[in-house]
Design a protein around this ligand. Structure first.
Ligand code: COA
Length: 351
């Protein structure tokens, strides 16, 4: 069996090849996560891949003309952009024939050509019996004999971190009471604000600041994820592109520190257009200076209440957290999130 590898230019609108490539990626990832609930549809992927601040490139492997594997190269632009993020998905019936190797060689080559110092790869690892590979952080482990683990180890990647995938069944019972209790605990210095869609003008600068902090403050173990700077212009571009292209709607809860009038934390839920699909948890951050006031809980329950009011009927919320991020896991577990899968984070230095 021979295969070919070629780059699939990111189209303006979904093409048959693009639709097939996304389906292949979704099928393989669903096996790793044990659920199809994280799948994005082609038009949703396109709205993300058209982000000028996070340029994406796709490679596909074909057998007899049919796409059987997908490789993805993503990076950020800007001075601190020394990292590329890779993904490699080969359909099970086409494995152990060198396709994964050919895709990895080409993707790492792209990163080298762009002068990147390292690549980072997040691989879902299906649960199963047998020996475990413990995370170097001391928190979590994955199946040591997983094909992805063996593949990455023999390519010289180092295992850095386990991320936990958790699921919250909706609706959350007694959400109004949870919000009232959280508000009580955080105190009168903190006020919740909610919106869906574009960021209100008065909060754009604060959201840019929080977005930048998100890239450096979330625990990333030995991955050394680079700072990703957000500006007001980038917030506007992102909101306009989402409104123009994405079928998904962002529901945001943010907390204002009343004495200074500044936002000091926010959380975002990305809501798909079909009611039967899961909602995706995006960033959650509270500024370091304001931690210890239970604002993580206030934000989370506030946004779940907001979702219940605006878009009731979705089955669940899905979220990833670093396994060592006990503060966030405590909040999520208290709300009702349950761990369902593991993702492993890997790094390879190119210089
Ligand atoms: C990991 C993955 C991309 C490998 O794709 P592939 O096309 O089978 O990879 P290759 O045929 O190039 O394998 C290269 C080497 O990796 C190792 N390897 C890959 N799968 C393995 C397995 N099931 N058992 C043992 N070793 C394995 C072997 O050393 C293999 O060389 P060999 O076949 O000469 O022994 C594929 O299994 C996959 O898509 N898995 C699910 C997604 C995933 O885990 N992605 C993240 C990792 S990139």
């Amino acid at each position: 069996m021979t295969f070919t590898i070629d780059e699939l230019a990111i189209p303006d609108e979904p093409t048959p090849d693009f639709v097939r490539a996304i389906a292949v990626g979704n099928e393989v990832e669903a096996l790793g996560y044990g659920t199809p609930d994280l799948a994005y549809e082609p038009d949703e992927e396109l709205a993300i891949m058209h982000n000028p601040h996070e340029p994406a490139r796709l490679l596909v492997a074909r057998v007899d003309g049919e796409i059987v594997a997908l490789g993805k190269h993503e990076t950020t632009v800007g001075d601190d952009s020394d990292t590329s993020w890779l993904a490699i998905n080969v359909l099970p019936q086409f494995r152990r024939r060198g396709i994964g190797t050919a895709l990895a060689d080409a993707l790492e080559g792209m990163a080298r050509d762009e002068g990147k110092a390292k690549v980072v790869l997040y691989a879902p690892i299906a649960e199963g019996p047998g020996e475990r590979l413990p995370s170097p952080t001391g928190f979590g482990s994955v199946v040591a004999g997983d094909p992805g683990v063996l593949f990455l180890q023999q390519r010289g990647y180092t295992f850095e971190q386990v991320e936990r995938l958790s699921r919250l069944p909706l609706p959350v019972a007694g959400i109004d009471g949870l919000v009232a209790a959280a508000q009580e605990r955080s105190g009168p210095d903190y006020r919740l604000h909610m919106w869906h869609g574009a960021t209100p003008e008065q909060w754009r600068a604060d959201i840019a600041e929080l977005g930048t902090r998100m890239s450096t403050d979330a625990p990333s173990a030995g991955l050394e994820e680079p700072e990703d700077v957000w500006t007001v212009e980038r917030v506007i571009e992102s909101d306009e592109r989402a409104a123009r292209e994405s079928p998904r709607v962002r529901h945001t809860a943010a907390v204002e520190h009343v004495p200074t009038g500044r936002l000091v934390g926010y959380t975002v839920l990305s809501v798909p257009p079909q009611l039967h699909r899961a909602v995706d948890q995006y960033a959650t951050i509270v500024m370091r200076e304001h931690r210890g006031h239970k604002l993580g809980m206030l934000l989370k329950v506030g946004n779940l209440q907001h979702l219940a009011q605006k878009r009731p009927g979705h089955p669940s919320v899905m979220t990833f957290n670093a396994e060592e991020n006990r503060h966030m896991l405590d909040v999520n577990e208290a709300v009702g999130f349950v761990a369902i899968a593991n993702e492993s984070a890997w790094r390879k230095d190119l210089r």
